[in-house]
Design a protein around this ligand. Structure first.
Ligand code: VG1
Ligand code: CO
Length: 543
């Protein structure tokens, strides 16, 4: 075994996006690319001499090779210890929990989340800090700056390290602790929720289908839902993580989880359906013939969280990303608690959670979580829903209907235009930006503009600002449209158009969302000229 210092050169394109660095797998596999980025992380956080880190990933193609490189580089950079999931596997929320529980100096999570996996698909790498959450922009800026100046990296030359068995190893002066990926996470869930009440629900014949989408949550969901809570064997499907996720998009929404949707809308539907994404931080919730939008889910959880032991004393506040609907705000106002609007990406919730200002957080993209970790958490959301159902003994459809009757319904949809020409997408955003100052008070389509701006966030905890976080146009009737370019794509640009319509008329609560949103959709087109600028007749994905 030998410690090596290898000369290298800066490589373009290592700017982290919404959630770490995501690239085509072959880019990460290219000469020195992964090594450069890992060294830039270690340097960017001020070195890792004597540090303890957590390392794990979602098991996608190249996860196993990348972990070997990271372990050898951590040892060569003087780390004292690395806690690694068996076979290199950890869901994102489980990694966040291990970082916190063991009071480590942070961790590296290998995942491109809901993006497809495989040699021709996507790979990703993200640094989370000692609070267990994705590094804030102040840290990712330093990491990026380092990628521009890097000249060498340090690595041990060794044969492969066997991380297939739970136990302790050493590599040079560094110790490696291989842990079961599920154990600590399952224990945390037992602390938060009333497992007895949920077990009783299943014992009475409640039925569930959880689709792990061939991704990382399979082992977690099988252990918790089937083994510990007594859901029928086989309730968890697609439960074996595969390096290419079975060729699908491990993205829990009605499009990519269409098998589950078909089941839930049919006559053989179980009482409850759920799915999670590649790295286990997203969730989809669907009742019998009742799809729950992520924005509504956050609102329902906010209104009912006190039914679960961990939240019995109430919530400090609720935070949502800016494009997420205002449904949760309406609940927060009714509860008399604070609500916050943050830029897209979980890293922006970290300060609010650390400061005890927010207890629940959520994003329209199927992310929900709480202060139990510093990531969104797919299985946690499923368990909170189950705990609420066990207490209330209503169906998902009944809970939704009651919620809308109380708070009104924020009809919501997101239209994605994927792989758009980058110049065309930037042109569209530039034109909107230029039009913003004159929009207020004007009539666009059938709607009158109330406010229009480019979202800039002032973090109420540390006073930092983040600008250019999406263009939002609010209308006098409570409707809203938001335009944003994705920061997680790996090909061209993805334009996201977020559409919202507030309905307070009790006779209008059961409409088809696209129909209820038709005026907002027409207005978005009138504002941005999407068809002409992108050359697309319709969105690629509607959620
Ligand atoms: C998307 C979602 C965003 C989420 C991010 C990471 O980002 O819109 O809400 O935080 O993915 O989620 P973007 O920039 O493509 O819109 V995950 O499950 O991919 O870590
Ligand atoms: Co994810």
């Amino acid at each position: 075994m030998q410690q090596m210092t290898i000369a290298t050169q800066p490589i373009e394109g290592q700017k982290p996006g919404t959630s770490g660095l995501r690239k085509k797998t072959k880019v990460f596999m290219g000469p020195h690319f992964l090594e450069n980025y890992v060294q830039a992380i270690f340097d960017g956080i001020g070195g890792i001499d004597g540090a303890t880190l957590v390392v794990g990933g979602d098991g996608r193609y190249f996860n196993d090779r990348a972990i070997q490189v990271i372990l050898r580089m951590a040892a060569a950079n003087g780390a004292a210890k690395v806690i690694v999931g068996k076979d290199g596997i950890l869901s994102t929320p489980a990694a966040s929990h291990l970082i916190r529980k063991n009071k480590t100096d942070g961790g590296l999570i290998l995942s491109a989340s809901h993006n497809p996996g495989g040699i021709d698909e996507d790979f990703g790498l993200k640094y989370n800090g000692p609070n267990g959450g994705p590094a804030p922009e102040s840290v990712t800026d330093k990491i990026f700056a380092r990628t521009q100046t890097i000249r060498e990296y340090r690595i041990m030359e060794t044969t492969d390290i066997n991380i297939g068995d739970v136990g302790s190893l050493s590599l040079g002066g560094m110790s490696i602790e291989v842990v079961d990926p599920v154990t600590e996470y399952a224990a945390l869930m037992e602390e938060l929720f009333d497992f007895g009440a949920i077990r009783a629900l299943f014992a009475e014949g409640f039925t569930l289908r959880f689709d792990a989408m061939h991704a990382v949550t399979g082992p977690y969901a099988t252990e918790i839902l089937e083994n510990r809570l007594g859901a029928a064997k086989g309730s968890v499907v697609n439960a074996t993580p595969l390096p290419d996720f079975g060729g699908g998009h491990p993205d829990p929404n009605p499009i990519w989880a269409h098998e589950l949707m078909t089941l839930m809308m049919g006559s053989d539907a179980p009482d409850f359906g759920a799915a999670s994404d590649g790295d286990g931080d997203r969730n989809m919730i669907v009742g019998r013939a009742a799809y729950v939008t992520p924005s509504d889910s956050l609102a329902v959880l906010t209104a009912n969280a006190h039914l679960a032991p961990a939240y019995r004393r109430g919530l400090a506040g609720v935070a949502r990303s800016m494009p997420t609907s205002a449904a949760a705000d309406r609940v927060a106002d009714a509860l008399g608690i604070e609500h916050f609007e943050t830029p897209t990406g979980w890293k922006f919730f970290g300060n609010l959670l650390d400061a005890g200002r927010a207890t629940l957080c959520g994003e329209e993209s199927a992310g929900t979580g709480s202060d139990h970790v510093r990531e969104k958490d797919g299985l946690w959301a499923v368990l909170l829903w189950l705990n609420i159902l066990a207490e209330r003994r209503l169906s998902v459809a009944e809970i939704l209907a009651e919620h809308w009757a109380t708070y009104g319904r924020n009809y919501y949809s997101r239209h994605d235009y994927e792989g758009v020409d980058t110049d065309a997408a930037n042109g569209l955003m530039d034109a909107l930006r230029a039009a913003l100052p004159d929009l207020a008070g004007t009539l666009v389509g059938d709607l009158t503009v109330d406010m229009a701006d480019e979202f800039e966030y002032l973090d109420p905890v540390d006073g930092s600002t983040s600008s250019a976080q999406g263009i939002r146009v609010g209308f006098t009737n409570g409707a809203r449209v938001v335009f944003r370019l994705s920061g997680t794509g790996t090909e061209g640009a993805t334009l996201r158009v977020y559409l919202e319509h507030l309905e307070l008329d009790p006779t209008q609560m059961q409409r088809d969302p696209q129909d209820a949103l038709s005026k907002v959709i027409a207005t978005a087109e009138a504002l941005a000229g999407i068809k002409a600028r992108t050359g697309r007749a319709a969105p690629d994905v509607i959620t």
